[in-house]
Design a protein around this ligand. Structure first.
Ligand SMILES: CC(=O)N[C@H]1[C@@H](OP(=O)(O)OP(=O)(O)OC[C@H]2O[C@@H](n3ccc(=O)[nH]c3=O)[C@H](O)[C@@H]2O)O[C@H](CO)[C@@H](O)[C@@H]1O[C@H](C)C(=O)N[C@@H](C)C(=O)N[C@H](CCC(=O)O)C(=O)O
Ligand SMILES: Nc1ncnc2c1ncn2[C@@H]1O[C@H](COP(=O)(O)OP(=O)(O)OP(=O)(O)O)[C@@H](O)[C@H]1O
Ligand SMILES: N[C@H](CCC[C@H](N)C(=O)O)C(=O)O
Ligand SMILES: [Mg+2]
Length: 484
């Protein structure tokens, strides 16, 4: 068994027909993991799980006594210091098979893009491949949407086993900080792991930036096995912390970017809607035309190339495949052109840094004005709202503040917080009306960026998801312009 997948002695010899951390999914013969969560404590559901047929329970050491008292004596109880980690390792053992090559990427921004690129690179090198993350699972025959960026361990390990059974021998995973912190990826056998960057995000979940960084560092400290390669751009803030881990553990590092050693970027030149990159490699100099705009897509493409090379794909094939990369849906994606000659892009920027980067990427293409429609999510870090407004007003000539998944919050309160960073902004709560107004104001050479929702297909109010797609809204608003 691979390093990092050992289980407590009490778990050996246990025969179970399935496992779950949700009592509502228990079937006869299952192991139920009674985990303390953010909202409730799984132990409360242990008696119900036993009634539904659970034959074994996993719990935290400090919950063991109370749990044993609440259930019949014949039920096996495994108590662990880190029950979530043990649960993930059990899921890995239970489902068993995984694609031969699995790589993972963490970072505040760029995970989806990198995973999307790595999948395309593997495919074009002839390896059937999948990516798993915010967009769901994407494989050669289609896409299935999962809900979380990093699925829970049971869903993840089931999926990996299914991929292997389908002959998909290469996979790229997005490792979210929640996923790492909650041990969702433990037990995945990784060949290489990458770090993109670290900016402000999820400060509602992580107490400090250091805490957030430490969650990300788990990928390199705990999950990447000995011999696994660390891929990083040393010029990124906090990359030194990732490289420290690699150094301490004696892991090989593959470095990219301007100060990188393995894929050294020595030039970028804008060519149409693409960028010509000059790269120095162990095999000499390459000139590659990346068919994507935005400096950050260069970073993402180099990290993706690094992961694929570190995973054993021929570097010549990898670098040539960069010329055919397609951006992930909703990441700086051209969503429409108006009759007046304006361009509309949809981008998933929902964090201050991402807005800065997305707008900076579009600016050179706007011979006229640059405008942006944005909101901020409800039930998410309120501290980022004003900063997002400020990033928008710093970069754009016109800012329209609207709603983006208010969830349980009052949308007007969220908009007000965003407006506090962008006092000159126009406020239009209804997202379609906001997009239509942005489009209406476009003249020749202008660019509108519709930010925050990217690939999403719904607007969340309370517990209700109302179908909404920025792409469709853009197309519809453009068609209405034609009618006037
Ligand atoms: C805050 C958070 O991350 N929560 C995740 C966590 O839930 P939890 O354990 O805290 O749940 P809880 O509701 O307190 O319940 C505790 C336990 O009781 C169990 N329970 C509960 C009710 C019941 O009737 N029976 C029962 O057994 C639950 O299954 C759970 O095991 O573990 C669950 C299983 O892995 C996750 O589904 C859940 O994600 C929630 C839904 C979520 O919204 N997560 C988001 C914030 C998230 O993880 N996002 C990241 C990052 C995205 C990004 O990078 O931007 C992602 O990877 O998607
Ligand atoms: N390397 C990067 N550096 C800075 N910003 C980036 C980078 N890559 C992408 N972005 C910005 O972040 C947005 C989200 O990108 P992407 O979906 O690839 O990241 P992610 O890490 O998967 O995000 P999430 O955690 O929300 O799923 C993009 O639409 C773009 O605005
Ligand atoms: N994974 C991110 C996505 C945010 C997307 C944005 N549209 C929002 O709802 O805030 C989150 O759940 O925080
Ligand atoms: Mg993502």
């Amino acid at each position: 068994m691979a390093e990092g997948t050992s289980l407590p002695d009490s778990a050996s010899g246990l025969k179970i027909s399935g496992l779950t951390a949700d009592s509502r999914n228990v079937e006869p013969g299952f192991l139920f993991a009674a985990l303390k969560g953010a909202r409730t404590d799984g132990s409360l559901f242990a008696p119900g799980a036993v009634e539904a047929g659970a034959v074994a329970l996993l719990c935290a050491k400090d919950a063991e006594q109370q749990l044993r008292a609440a259930i019949p004596e014949n039920i096996a109880v495994i108590a662990a210091e880190e029950p979530r980690q043990v649960f993930a390792k059990m899921a890995a053992r239970f489902f068993g098979a995984q694609p031969d090559v699995v790589v993972a990427v963490t970072g505040t921004a760029g995970k989806t893009s990198v995973a999307h690129f790595v999948r395309q690179i593997f495919q074009s090198a002839g390896h059937p491949a999948a990516s798993l993350g915010t967009l769901g699972t994407i494989k050669p025959d289609g896409i299935s949407y999962g809900g979380l960026t990093t699925p829970d361990p049971v869903a993840l390990h089931r999926e990996l086993a299914e991929l292997e059974a389908e002959g998909i021998n290469h996979a790229a995973l997005e490792a979210s900080s929640h996923g790492l912190d909650q041990f969702r990826l433990d037990g995945v056998r990784l060949t290489a792991a990458a770090f993109t960057n670290l900016g402000r995000d999820h400060m509602d979940y992580h107490a400090t930036i250091e805490d957030y960084l430490c969650a990300k560092l788990r990928l390199f400290e705990d999950l990447l096995p000995d011999g696994g390669t660390v891929v990083v751009d040393p010029a990124e803030k906090y990359a030194d912390r990732v490289l420290d881990v690699a150094g301490r553990r004696g892991l090989p590092a593959f470095t990219v970017g301007e100060t990188g050693r393995d894929l050294k970027l020595t030039g970028i030149r804008a060519v149409g809607a693409g960028q010509e990159l000059t790269l120095q490699t162990a095999r000499g100099e390459y000139k590659i035309t990346l068919p994507l705009i935005g400096r950050f897509q260069v970073s993402n493409a180099l990290i993706a190339a690094g992961l694929a090379i570190a995973a054993g794909t021929d570097s010549g094939l990898v670098l040539r495949s960069l010329e055919n990369l397609k951006g992930a849906p909703g990441r700086l994606e051209l969503a429409g052109r108006t009759a007046s000659g304006g361009l509309v892009f949809v981008d998933y920027a929902h964090k201050p840094d991402a807005l800065d980067n997305a707008l900076a990427a579009l600016k050179p293409f706007a011979t006229g004005k640059l405008s942006v429609v944005l909101g901020a999510g409800g039930d998410r870090d309120p501290g980022k709202r004003e900063l997002m407004g400020a990033a928008a007003s710093r970069n754009a000539d016109l800012v329209i503040v609207t709603d983006d998944n208010p969830r349980s919050e009052d949308p007007a309160v969220i908009r007000k917080a965003v407006m506090s960073g962008a006092p000159q902004a126009i406020e239009i709560g209804d997202r379609f009306d906001a997009i239509a107004e942005g489009i209406h104001r476009l003249n020749a050479g202008d660019i509108l960026c519709v930010a925050g929702k990217g690939h999403e297909t719904g607007q969340i109010f309370g517990d209700t998801v109302i179908p909404f797609s920025d792409h469709e809204a853009v197309q519809h608003a453009i068609s209405l312009e034609g009618d006037t």
